[in-house]
Structures are given as structure tokens and as C-alpha cells.
Design a protein around this ligand. Structure first.
Ligand code: SF4
Ligand code: SF4
Length: 390
């Protein structure tokens, strides 16, 4: 555990040294204890922050920003902020509510330099629920305003247009508690982006989208249209799960995956999850790097290695399940368990799914008729979910 009492102020010079020093020496140099173990094998050095504008919000944010979802130590976030990263994405439900508290520690004393994005709870639909969500986030974040508030996990046009949710967001903005509006989406993403792009009201300022080298061309096109309409695009799931696979040997595909996303200039920023200093070094170094032929080959290899278990959450299989099982959301929960190694996040994602749409609906289904466009064995995956969560 890092010493929570020590104040971290990592300088760029120290950061650059990280690749060359041993973990224990690095601990001494920057005083952040155990979080420095597993020192990075990343290539390239951090040459400074690079910024793009988040659509019509006008916010200039770092192209590699901070996905806080699984970061246990606020010192890691603070190290990124000290190096110029200025946008952090969190949510009420991450770490059962603790994640916003960790962000609060990281932004203490520098709140005016960091843009904070969080989310109202996916199931919240009434004015009262939305207000409660925002008040709770404000209290946990120890701040009096949120820069970007997002409706969590939108998978349909209808959800993005719920009048009561919109009214609550507008009222919160009038009260100065939130500044900009966004959606987050994993499933039916192109449809969701199209809906908010064509919205006469132009209600949303940004969207947080699962986007990586495995995404279909249709999503790239939807992102381009949305960006053209002034909607800032932030990319998540940029590592396609970040699975560890023997097929890659010592080669890490993570920088290549991040570069692939950032070469698309319609994307403002990516928010890779950074749990420790090793990940931070690997990800931040990508700012300013170009996507190369070697990266392309790395991603081809990585893509082939994960093909037989990677779910893109496209949701296309769900039409072929007579019981409307939420196969894509269950797939996402499996990724949290198997690739991210977070059973807490996996379980909370699974139990957010409506009871009738969970894998338990498969128990007395005689024959699985659900078909994956990528050839995944859906029945097997549902059995896996049942084993993990029940
Ligand atoms: S076994 Fe397959 S077809 Fe049957 S409910 Fe489950 S996912 Fe749907
Ligand atoms: S199981 Fe296949 S079809 Fe279903 S969401 Fe995942 S990738 Fe798409």
C-alpha cells in the first residue's frame, strides 16, 4: 500500500527516470511506495501533455486523460495531474462508491485545474433520483460543481431523450452544480450517437464511447458525424479488454491500441484505466506518438489472439435470444472479471441488469438459439456468468 500521508509531487524528470530505475529505487525517488512495483516495460518517453478540444464545451483536455474506474490510490491520479493530465472520469458506482472519494483526494487543492466527469446512476430516471445522484457525487467528490455529468450506459434513443432526466440536468446546470451534459454508451453505440447528433435541441455536449481497433467502420463513421456536430468524443475500452495473452510474448499491445484510437482526430481523448505508475507511464508516453506500421502489426497479432473470446458489446445477438437476455452487458461484466481482474466491478455491472435479463433466464432454456456475429459461444458464456455470480 502506498503511504497515504505522503504528498506526491512527481516531476517530469522523475517520471522519465522510471523506466531506467528499479522499483525500489523509484519508490525512494518519488516516495509513493508499493504502487511503483511492476515498473513499466513501455517504450518511449513522456514528452509533455497534448491537448484537444472537447467539442462545443470548449474545454481543452489532454488526449490521454485519466480513467479512474479501478485506481485504488489517489497518488497515481495526482502524479498524472502533476504531469499535466487535466480530465478525470469517474462514476458513482465504481468501487461501490469509493472511486469518487479517491478522486476527491487527488484533486484536493487543484480543483480549478482539473475537469471532473462523473455519471448519474444508469437506472435513475426521475428528477428526484437524478438530484440525489448529483448531490451524492458532489459530496463524495468534495466539490461544489461537476464539469461533465453523463447519463450512464445509454443503449437506446429513448433513454437519451427522457424528458424528466433532461429537465433535471438543465435545472442542475442553472443551479451551477453541473456544467456540461454527456452520455456514456457501450451497446447500440452508433444508434445512440446518431440520435444525439440529430437531436434538434442539441442537448448533449459530449459522449463517452467504447472505441478501439476492433470497432466496426459504422462506429467510426458515427463518431465522425457526432464530432462534426460539435459533440466531444471521449474513448473508453481502448485496449479491447487489455487481455494478457501468451501469444504476444513480452510485447505489450497497449500503446499501439491507444495510438490507434488517437490517430482518429474526431476523438478528443482516451481515458485508459491506470491502476498504478507502470500503467501511467505506458499510457502517458503515448501523447505525441504516431501510429506506425509496427503498431498495426502488433494489433493484428493481438486481435487474432483475443478473437475467440472478445465481445464488442454490439448487442446484435440479443435479437436472436427469445428471452431478451442482456448478452452484451453480461459480456462486459465478464470482461471486467476476466481481463480487468475486478470481481467487484463485474458483479455490480451484472446486478445492474434487470433480473429477467440476467443469465439465470438461461437455466431452463432448452437450446441456445442466440448467435454471435463474431462466433462466440454464447451458451458457454452465460454458463460462465452463472458460475461467477451465483
Ligand atoms: S440459453 Fe441462449 S437463447 Fe436461451 S435464454 Fe440464454 S442466451 Fe437466450
Ligand atoms: S456476444 Fe457477439 S453478437 Fe453478442 S454483443 Fe458480444 S460480440 Fe456482439
Amino acid at each position: 500500500m502506498a503511504n497515504s500521508k505522503c504528498t506526491v509531487h512527481i516531476k517530469r524528470r522523475d517520471f522519465l527516470k522510471l523506466g531506467a530505475v528499479t522499483a525500489s529505487a523509484a519508490m525512494g525517488a518519488v516516495g509513493i511506495g508499493g504502487i511503483l512495483k511492476n515498473a513499466a516495460a513501455a517504450t518511449g518517453a513522456f514528452t509533455g501533455p497534448v491537448y484537444r478540444t472537447l467539442g462545443k464545451t470548449g474545454l481543452k483536455i489532454t488526449v490521454v486523460s485519466f480513467g479512474a474506474m479501478l485506481t485504488p490510490e489517489h497518488e497515481v491520479m495526482r502524479a498524472a495531474f502533476d504531469l499535466g493530465v487535466n480530465y478525470v472520469d469517474t462514476a458513482r458506482r465504481y468501487m461501490n462508491g469509493r472511486n469518487e472519494e479517491i478522486v476527491a483526494k487527488a484533486i484536493k487543492g487543484i480543483r480549478d485545474k482539473i475537469y471532473v466527469a462523473t455519471k448519474t446512476v444508469g437506472s435513475s430516471g426521475t428528477r428526484k433520483e437524478i438530484f440525489q445522484d448529483v448531490e451524492t457525487s458532489l459530496s463524495r467528490l468534495q466539490t461544489d460543481y461537476i464539469d461533465v455529468i453523463q447519463i450512464h450506459n445509454v443503449s437506446s434513443r429513448e433513454r437519451a431523450f427522457e424528458p424528466e432526466v433532461r429537465e433535471a440536468y438543465v435545472e442542475l446546470r442553472k443551479q451551477g452544480k453541473v456544467r456540461f451534459f454527456g452520455v456514456t454508451t457501450h451497446t447500440n453505440q452508433s444508434e445512440v450517437l446518431k440520435a444525439i447528433t440529430d437531436d434538434q435541441e442539441k442537448f448533449f455536449d459530449m459522449a463517452l464511447v467504447a472505441y478501439n481497433f476492433k470497432s466496426p467502420p459504422s462506429l467510426k463513421e458515427a463518431i465522425a458525424r457526432a464530432a462534426g456536430a460539435g459533440i466531444g468524443i471521449v474513448a473508453m475500452k481502448t485496449q479491447a479488454g487489455g487481455y494478457r495473452t501468451d501469444a504476444m510474448g513480452p510485447l505489450s499491445p497497449h500503446q499501439a491500441a491507444l495510438k490507434w484510437v488517437l490517430q482518429d482526430t474526431n476523438v478528443t481523448a482516451a481515458i485508459p484505466g491506470m491502476k498504478d505508475m507502470s500503467m501511467l507511464k505506458e499510457d502517458l508516453s503515448v501523447m505525441g506518438m504516431r501510429f506506425t506500421r509496427k503498431d498495426e502489426e502488433t494489433l493484428r497479432r493481438y486481435g487474432r489472439a483475443i478473437d475467440h473470446y472478445y465481445c464488442s458489446f454490439c448487442g446484435q445477438c440479443e435479437e436472436t435470444c427469445p428471452r431478451n437476455v442482456a448478452i452484451s452487458d453480461i459480456g462486459r461484466s465478464l470482461m471486467y472479471a476476466e481481463a480487468y481482474g475486478s470481481m467487484e466491478l463485474a458483479r455490480s455491472t451484472y446486478y445492474e441488469i434487470d433480473g429477467k435479463a440476467r443469465a439465470s433466464a438461461c437455466l431452463d432454456c432448452n437450446e441456445c438459439t442466440a448467435r454471435c456475429v463474431n462466433g462466440l459461444d454464447i451458451a458457454r458464456r452465460m454458463r460462465r456468468a452463472l458460475t461467477l455470480y451465483t
